[in-house]
Design a protein around this ligand. Structure first.
Ligand SMILES: Cc1ncc(COP(=O)(O)O)c(C=O)c1O
Length: 454
């Protein structure tokens, strides 16, 4: 594949022979807990395009689960990684000092949506960022309890998993969970938990928090933090009304509770602002950051109000966290986001959104199209009135898109997420809509028989 290729091209049956051979090897040695939704075996990538081991070319609207913010192998990111790798690969930022970690913390302090000064703790992943937020919230408030939201995903280590309430399989067999975690309903306006519509909503679902959880389960003065995804990611790309986040902030302030924004998926420019919570005007006390921050290298950050991050040496640390090569990648990623890519997410995101919304007129399967910037979810339903979830159809559409060269991922029970690299061009957005249209047509035409065949 040359760097000028911008459209998909499928030349073998999928998976092709080389892909199949690797998948067979994987099956006997790699953990079966991974959820592979289609047989993609990547050989290389550039920008928003990916080539598999058999020479098939795909348009990537999954970006390694919203990670490749600057696209695959962005030359400036690759050269920053190479330069840093040639100097030193590791020195453990918990024991010694190096410039890339300090510089990144400075750059993050300048963009984090948090009021006042900001300090950063560095880990390797989203789940570690959340663990750090949980521990710091307990430490700083001297309170034990945490409130999270149904449908939320915060990671899979045991503290973060206790907040995660996305799919039961993710928790099944791993209990008991961390004590002191309560879950409140998340405002899914398409399926409003209290039967309202987005226009007449005054965030009534928060009444449940104040009138049920705080009254019957846990006193607010014993709650350390409320952890929320400003846009629910794994849960289905669900965008809450601004007033929900705003009222939540009032509740936290009134009760001395910390507000933690989990921006692991929604952050780093994806929504057309650096962080999704900025769309609401709310400033949290802490922000968990990972995925897109280092364009694909492992890095997780818990960014917090400076006065809160006052734990003593030894209280929390990580051998690999803030690895210098990951920090070097993140510094360039942040610069590229600010220079052009956040604006691109806004502009191309608006085009992609318009294209996908237009498909609603044509395809009864499309129940809802929602999102911000290049974080767009399409919810599939069997019947627009009953909103019966089209879960099998969702799997079939994702598979049909793959067969045509478009990489997508599911989210929630019956939604499809579009989370492409933020370098996606207007033409590529149009290509994604065209292929998605074809995939929907195939699944709608073939109905049950195509689904059964898969
Ligand atoms: C919102 C959110 N928080 C946390 C995580 C966990 O991140 P990681 O898989 O890097 O541990 C994810 C991963 O999908 C996520 O979407």
């Amino acid at each position: 594949m040359t760097t000028t290729v911008t459209t998909p091209h499928i030349r073998t049956a999928l998976p092709g022979p080389k892909a199949k051979a690797l998948i067979d090897r994987d099956a006997s040695v790699v953990s079966p807990s991974y959820t592979r939704c289609y047989p993609l075996v990547i050989e290389r990538g550039f920008g928003a395009m990916v080539e598999d081991v058999d020479g098939n070319i795909f348009l990537d609207c999954a970006a390694g689960i919203a990670v490749n913010a600057t696209g695959h192998a962005h030359p400036e990111v690759v050269s920053a990684i190479t330069e840093q790798a040639q100097r030193f690969l590791h020195m453990s930022g918990t024991d010694f000092y190096y410039e890339p970690q300090v510089r990144l913390a400075e750059d993050l302090a300048a963009v984090a949506p948090i009021e006042g000064g900001v300090r950063s703790f560095f880990g390797n992943s989203g789940t570690e960022a959340i663990e750090a937020c949980i521990k710091l919230a307990r430490y700083a408030t001297k309170r034990d309890n945490i409130i999270a939201f149904l449908g939320g995903f915060h990671g899979r280590t045991l503290g973060a998993l206790s907040l995660t309430a996305s799919k039961a399989i993710q928790r099944r067999g791993f209990g008991p969970m961390m004590a002191g975690v309560y879950h409140a309903p998340y405002p899914d306006c398409y399926r409003c938990p209290v039967g309202l519509s987005a226009d007449n909503c005054a965030a009534e679902c928060l009444d449940y928090l104040e009138e049920q959880i705080f009254i019957h389960l846990v006193s607010p003065d014993e709650v350390a933090a409320i952890v929320i995804e400003p846009i629910q990611g794994e849960g289905g790309y669900i965008v809450p009304p601004d007033q929900f986040i705003q009222r939540l902030r009032e509740i936290t302030k009134a009760n001395g509770i910390l507000l933690v924004a989990d921006e692991v998926q929604s952050g780093m420019g994806r929504t057309g602002k650096m962080f999704a919570i900025e769309h609401t005007g709310v400033r949290p006390d802490m922000t968990a950051i990972a995925k897109g921050i280092a364009s694909g290298l492992p890095l997780g950050v818990a960014a917090a109000r400076k006065d809160l991050m006052a734990w003593p040496p030894g209280a929390h640390a990580s051998t690999f966290g803030g690895n210098p090569v990951s920090c070097a990648a993140a510094i360039v990623t942040l610069r590229l986001l600010k220079e052009r890519l956040i604006a691109n997410a806004r502009e191309v995101g608006a085009r992609l959104m318009a294209g996908l919304k237009a498909l609603q007129d044509k395809h009864p399967l499309v129940g809802d199209v929602r999102g911000r910037g290049l974080m767009i979810g399409v919810e599939l339903v069997r019947d627009r009135k009953t909103k019966e979830r089209a879960s099998n159809e969702r799997e079939a559409v994702v598979a049909a898109a793959f067969e045509r060269g478009l990489l997508l991922l599911g989210a929630g029970k019956n939604s499809i997420r579009f989370s492409p690299p933020l370098v996606l061009t207007a033409d590529q957005a149009d290509t994604a809509v065209r292929i998605f249209d074809e995939a929907l047509t195939e699944v709608e035409r073939s109905g049950g028989s195509a689904l059964a065949a898969r």
